[in-house]
Design a protein around this ligand. Sequence first.
Ligand SMILES: [Fe+2]
Length: 279
Amino acid sequence: MILPIIVRRCLLGAGAERPFALTGAGNGVDSAKRAGVIDLHCHILPGLDDGSRDLEDSVAMARQAAADGITKVCATPHIRHDHDVRIEEVADRVEAVNARLREEGIAVEILGGGEVAETAVEPLSEEELARVALGGGGWILLEPAPGPLSDTLIRRVGHLANHGHRALIAHPERHLSADMFERMAALVAEGALIQATADFFLREEMEAGMLTMAEAGLVHVLSSDAHSSRGGRPLRLTPAFERLGAAETLAPRIEWMAETAPAAIIAGAPLELPFQPSL
Ligand SMILES: [Fe+2]
């Protein structure tokens, strides 16, 4: 199936009722009752890859997160040949940002992680895999190689499974091909889950394709993949979940996608899929 990524779709009118209430800031829900929204993919560590430029930028990104109702952010620097990210340093870098956030009184916690390139994952040791697992819970954010999703990516998911890890596939919507949906479904069949980029649901030229992908059961979590407070995608998830929740077939999945699945991923807890790919 071809992802109609450039097909435009009429948006709901501004007054349309939203059939879900995400427990985030800005929707009238008592924040004290929130379980908390987690961003599993974010380049918030400063001066490390192509993400946050400095600590002030990281603090500003955390403020964006807090304003959106996000309570935890996985720091996912690129683990890839073109970025000199030293895995053994990630934990200390995470703590340095957390210390500053505590000083500032920003109620956002940064967790460890990494965005591990398909081409970089096999040489990683058991210890390194544990260090880049999202929140320490065992899941690895796996970035596909440039171009269409390949058979190699499925083999990397199997490689991770053989080492006791599950894969969260990062933004496969960037890897278009005629058989992209079938390849994504094959990844899910191998035990992977799919992370889509939240901001893409808000772009007029991409919205229809992204919703088609979600309605096919091929999106499990949304993440910001934010790189800076000074440009690019903001660190926010709520507007995209609101867009998803406006779709009748997707509304029942929102709580699982926004809270249940991310919480289980960072905890390494069992996670049952409430929906399957339907192509
Ligand atoms: Fe990323």
